[in-house]
Design a protein around this ligand. Structure first.
Ligand code: BGC
Length: 251
C-alpha cells in the first residue's frame, strides 16, 4: 500500500461520490485531507469525521470552484492552517443531460467554469507551492468522455476534453520540478451524478450493455488509482490518462 504520511491532500467536491471515496482512501494511506465542498456541507462533515477516526487530520472548506475568488480564499485558508498542499485532486464536476439546442449560456458557463476553469485555477495555485517543495501531484478526475463524445452531454464532454489538454500542458511545464500531472478518466460509476438516470432499469440495462466488463463501477474503483498516482511509486507517470471504465471507451 502506498504511504502518504506527511502529505497534505486537497480533494475538490469531496462531500460525496467519487470525491468522498478518494478523500477516505488518501487518508487510509496516511495523508491529511482537505475536503472541499460547495453545497454538501453535512456530507462533507461526515467524511471529515470518518477521516479523523482513522487518525488523520481532516478539514472541510466551503468554496464553489467555478469562482476564482472562492478558490483563492480556499487556498489562503488551507495554506494558513496547514501550509501548501502536496496533492491536488481536481474532482469537482457537474453535468446536465440536455440536447444541444437546449443549452443556455448560463448552463454552458456553469459546466465550463466548474469542470474546467475551476480545475485550472486550483492547479495554478497548488503548483506554485509544489514547485517550491520540489514534489507534487495533480490528479484530475476527468471522464471517458474526455475522448469519446456522450450523445447526451455536449458541454460536459467539451469540458473534459479541455481537461485532457490542460493536463498535458501542465505536465509538460511542471514535470521537471518533481511534480506529476495526470488524468483519471472514469466511465459509468454509481454516484449521485447519475443516480437518477440509473434508477430506470431499462436505462441501466442499456448502459451496462455498452460496458465490455458488464457492470457499473464503484467509487473505490477510481480512488485506489488516485492513491497510487499520489504516491512516490508513481513518480515516473506524468501526462497520462488512466481510463477506469470497464472498457466503455473501446466502443
Ligand atoms: C458521466 C456519467 C456517465 C458516464 C458514462 C461519466 O462521465 O458523469 O453520467 O454514466 O460518464 O457515460
Amino acid at each position: 500500500m502506498p504511504d502518504l504520511h506527511g502529505k497534505t491532500a486537497l480533494v475538490t467536491g469531496a462531500g460525496r461520490g467519487i470525491g468522498a471515496a478518494i478523500a477516505l482512501d488518501l487518508a487510509r494511506a496516511g495523508a491529511d485531507v482537505v475536503i472541499n465542498y460547495s453545497r454538501s456541507q453535512a456530507q462533507a462533515a461526515e467524511v471529515q469525521k470518518a477521516i479523523q477516526s482513522l487518525g488523520q487530520r481532516a478539514m472541510t472548506v466551503q468554496a464553489d470552484v467555478s469562482q476564482k475568488t472562492q478558490i483563492d480564499r480556499m487556498f489562503d485558508q488551507i495554506e494558513g492552517a496547514w501550509g501548501p498542499v502536496d496533492i491536488l485532486v481536481n474532482n469537482a464536476g457537474i453535468e446536465f443531460r440536455k440536447p444541444v439546442r437546449e443549452i443556455t449560456e448560463e448552463l454552458y458557463d456553469q459546466v465550463m467554469d466548474t469542470n474546467l476553469k475551476g480545475a485550472f485555477f486550483c492547479a495554478q495555485r497548488a503548483l506554485e507551492g509544489m514547485k517550491q517543495k520540489g514534489w507534487g501531484r495533480v490528479i484530475n478526475i476527468s471522464s471517458v468522455h474526455e475522448i469519446t463524445p456522450t450523445g447526451f452531454c455536449c458541454v460536459y464532454s467539451m469540458s473534459k476534453g479541455g481537461m485532457r489538454l490542460m493536463m498535458r500542458e501542465l505536465a509538460l511545464e511542471y514535470s521537471r520540478f518533481g511534480i506529476t500531472v495526470n488524468n483519471v478518466a472514469p466511465g459509468a460509476i454509481r454516484t449521485d451524478i447519475n443516480r437518477e438516470v440509473l434508477s430506470d432499469p431499462a436505462y441501466e440495462a442499456k448502459v451496462i450493455s455498452k460496458i465490455p466488463a458488464g457492470f457499473i463501477g464503484m467509487p473505490e474503483d477510481v480512488s485506489k488509482m488516485v492513491v497510487f498516482l499520489a504516491s512516490d511509486e508513481a513518480r515516473y507517470i506524468t501526462g497520462a490518462v488512466i481510463l477506469i471504465d470497464g472498457g466503455l471507451g473501446l466502443r
